[in-house]
Design a protein around this ligand. Sequence first.
Ligand SMILES: Cc1ncc(COP(=O)(O)O)c(C=O)c1O
Length: 440
Amino acid sequence: MNYNPIQTHTWVPLTIQEEGELLIPIVKAEGEFVTDSEGNTWIDAISSWWTMIFGHRHPKLVAALKTQIEKLDHIMLAGHIHEAAESLSKALLELTNFDFHKVFYSDNGSNAIEIALKLSIQYYQNHPDFRPRSEFLVFSNSYHGDSIGAMNVSGKNYFNRIFSELRFPTKEFPAPNCMNCPWGKKPDVCSTECLNALELEIKQKPYAGIVIEPLVFGANGMLFYDKKVLIKLRELATTTQTLLIFDEVFTGMGRLGKAFAYQKAETKPDLLVMAKGLTGGMLPLGATLVSEFIYKQFLSKDPYRAFFHAHTMTGNPLACSVGYASVELLKEKGLSQVKQLENLLQKQVEPFQKSLGKRIENVRVMGGIFAFEYKETIAEDEYLNPVGKKIREKMKEFRVLIRPLGRTIYITPPYTITEKSLNQIFLALEYTLLSFPESD
Ligand SMILES: Cc1ncc(COP(=O)(O)O)c(C=O)c1O
C-alpha cells in the first residue's frame, strides 16, 4: 500500500505536493525500528526528527503514560498545578544543577522559542533600569522553528523567505563554522574572529537577546562549532546586559553527551529552550527554562508585569509524566549510552572516508550525531539540493529512513540503537553513495 501526498486527507509537512513523492504508511514501532503496512521493518536512523532518543515505545515511557492516564488526563495549568508538572520541573532544574529557577511549558520547540523571545522583551519592559528592547541578534544557518517569531530569529533561507514581510527586525550574522572557518583558523588558535562584527554591533545598540543553537546548527546544515564561540558570546552578553538564549530543542536531553550542550560548553545561557527528546519523542512538550534574575522582574502584584502567555495544553499531565520518565532514563543510562554511541560513530569515520573517498567531505561526529556532505557538482548548498532526495530514495531500498538536508547527510539514531543496526545503516549509506558517480 503506497500513498502520495495528493491522495491522503492529511497534508503532510515539508513535502512537495506532487504525485512522485511516495509516503510510507507506518503501522507500528519498537526501539530503532518502524514497521510499514506490508510488514517491512525499517531503521529510523534519525530518531524521527531527533525525538525518539530512547527508541520507539520505550517500556518505561509507556508505563509512565499508562499510570498517568489512570489518574489525571488534563487540567488547564492556569489556576491549577499538578504533580506531573511539578515533578518534571524539579527534575529538569536538578538536571541543570539549579542554573535555572523556573520552567515554563508549551507543546513544541517553536512555541518554547516564542516564549523565550517574549520573556526577554518583557524582562526589559519590566526592569526599572532598562529602556525597552525588542530586537534580537541571530545567525544565518540557524533554525528555531516555523511559527512567525521562531522563523524571525532563524537564518533567512528557503524555509522563510516567502514570509519576509512579516519579519520583525533582527540583526543576522554569519553562523560560526569551525569545520570551514572563513578565517582559516583552527579553534585552538582562533580569537573568535567570526564574532567581530557582532561585537561591534552589540556594543553600539541595545538588543533584547542573542539567540543561538549551542555547538551545532542542526536543521540548517549540521554545522559544528567550538565552545569558544559561546564563551565569547556569554562575555559580550554579560558586558552589554543582553540576554543569552540557547535553543537546545535538538541538543538538550543528552544528544551531545551531556544533559545539555551548555554544560558541555561550560557556558550558561539566561534562557534555555527545549522540546523534542524531552518526552523521548512520545508526546509533544516544550519547556523554556528561566534564570532567577529574569523571573524576579515578573514578581509583582501589578498585572501589567505578569507574563500573559499560555497554550491550552500547557503542562499537559500525560506529556509531563512521560517527560519525567524520560529524564529518569537519561540519568540512569542515557548519557553513558550516548558515549557508547559516539564511540561507535567515531569508529565508522575512517573506514567510511576510505571507502567513499572523494564522494564525501567534512565527515564529523559529536555525541550522537554523524554528519558529512556529499560532494555535489551542483553548487547548491541548501535544503532543496536534489541530491538529498536522491540519497533518501536510494536508502529506502535498504529500509533505512533518513532525511538529508540537501547535500548534508546525517544520522541521529536513538541512544539505544544496537551496533548491528548501526552497521546496517552505514552499509546502506556506503552502497547508496557508491552507486553515485565520484566527483572530481
Ligand atoms: C534547534 C531547533 N529549534 C526549534 C525547533 C522547532 O521545534 P518544533 O518543530 O517542535 O516546533 C527545531 C526543530 O527542528 C530545532 O531543531
